[in-house]
Design a protein around this ligand. Structure first.
Ligand SMILES: *Cc1c(COP(=O)(O)O)cnc(C)c1O
Length: 396
């Protein structure tokens, strides 16, 4: 079997490098650095050191006995919510900023929507003594004022983007513009498995620690591999991080859960694989939420982290080949799941992660008594408590 992606960064027909000429130089420099330095034994050793000492890995694989009773199967939670800063994003930013340092860069930039990736990047930048600038849409800065201050506390400069819809996709454009003129000393940290090659494969590799640990942990706990892996899908990094190390284990079924928002038959969702069509967005060929003219659809989800009209190319490949199944959970189902886990296990999940739980809760007849299911709890829900209270009309 061939190893994917191929040398052009293709996963089947998906992926690749669709970038303007002015970006080819930094992209090729990064590609060379990743495949030489980033895959070296020395780098992997250092990366593991920081994952252990700084991020606090391995994260537990927790047998959720109360939730197991509710679903009537064996449910294990991969506790990425217990990683430092409260979500899986830090695995990737520590990897990329460490690589940037090895490449001799002195500055990192990133875009952020809700602020989660911005905070994770600013954290890693502080750790490795790098200058840091985060691009963020004006609308998002107003909605996420606390995360803006958090990034500033961590020493980052936050630049307000006032073009277009003043949200995530405009912040991405602005960060790319910066990188074109600054790449000699600057690395651009993309937060998920999207963008031009080598980002999808690099981010997948950095996040694969999730699945590698889970595999060891489940073999120790149960003496066999799981029947199902379930994870929420925004750009696709926590899910790919969990799935990829099980790719060759054909009996392990992969389930990705997207944001159905107000319903996948409305205009208010972010279910790219369930409802999109192949096209080009932010440097790669993959499923995209677009109209017939290729204009990108606006998206909606109760969880900011899933609110993106694209998807990593490797997921598109998994979808077309049937290696993974993709579904979507509505805001309403997600809020229900958020409450169920909080009450059943004393664990408040991120609204993003609640999508994975919602699929399981809504489809519990699919799971048999001795099925083993691993759910990726991609982040903790403390950040979402205010928003849930607001939606439910509870004054704080
Ligand atoms: C950003 C985020 C996600 C979605 O991103 P993926 O790349 O699809 O993993 C999911 N969960 C949490 C907690 C996040 O912060």
């Amino acid at each position: 079997m061939i190893r994917l992606p191929d040398r052009k960064g293709r996963f089947g027909i998906y992926g690749g490098k669709f970038a303007p000429e002015t970006l080819m130089a930094p992209i090729e420099q990064l590609e060379n650095a990743y495949f030489s330095i980033g895959r070296s034994r020395q780098f992997r050793k250092e990366f593991s050191y920081y994952l252990k000492q700084y991020v606090g890995r391995p994260t537990p694989l927790y047998f959720a006995s109360n939730l197991s009773e509710i679903i009537s199967c064996k449910v294990y939670l991969k506790r990425e919510d217990l990683a430092f800063t409260g979500a899986h994003k830090i695995n990737n930013t520590v990897g990329q900023v460490l690589l940037a340092k090895k490449m001799g860069k002195t500055r990192v930039i990133a875009e952020t929507g809700a602020g989660q990736h911005g905070v994770a990047t600013a954290t890693a930048a502080a750790l490795f003594k790098m200058k840091c600038e985060i691009y963020m849409g004006e609308v998002d800065m107003q909605r996420q004022a606390l995360n803006v201050y958090r990034m500033k506390l961590l020493g980052a400069k936050v630049t307000c983007v006032k073009s277009g819809s003043r949200t995530l996709k405009d912040a991405i454009n602005e960060a790319m513009r910066d990188w074109i003129s600054s790449f000699k000393d600057t690395h651009y940290v993309i937060g998920t498995v999207v963008g031009f090659h080598p980002f999808p494969v690099m981010v997948r590799d950095f996040q694969s620690v999730i699945g590698k640990e889970a595999k060891k942990q489940i073999l120790k706990a149960e003496g066999r591999l799981p029947d199902f892996l379930i994870a929420c899908v925004g750009g696709g990094s926590n899910s790919m991080g969990l799935f990829f190390p099980f790719f060759r284990n054909k009996n392990v079924k992969f389930i990705g859960v997207e944001a159905a928002g107000k319903g996948i038959d409305t205009d208010f969702h972010a279910a790219t694989l369930c409802r999109g069509t192949p096209g080009i967005l932010h440097g790669n060929f993959s499923y995209v939420l677009q109209d017939k003219e290729g204009q990108i659809h606006p998206t909606h989800s109760v969880s900011a982290g899933l609110d993106y009209p694209g998807i990593g190319p490797e997921h598109s490949y998994y979808k077309d080949t049937g290696r993974a199944e993709y579904y979507a959970a509505t805001d309403q189902q997600v809020l229900k799941a958020f409450h169920i886990l909080s009450e059943a296990e004393g664990i408040i999940p991120a609204l993003e992660s609640s999508h994975a739980l919602a699929y399981m809760i809504e489809n519990k007849n699919r799971f048999k008594q001795d099925d083993i299911v691993i759910v990726c709890l991609s982040g903790r829900g403390d950040k979402d408590v205010n928003e849930v209270a607001r939606i439910e009309g509870i004054p704080l």
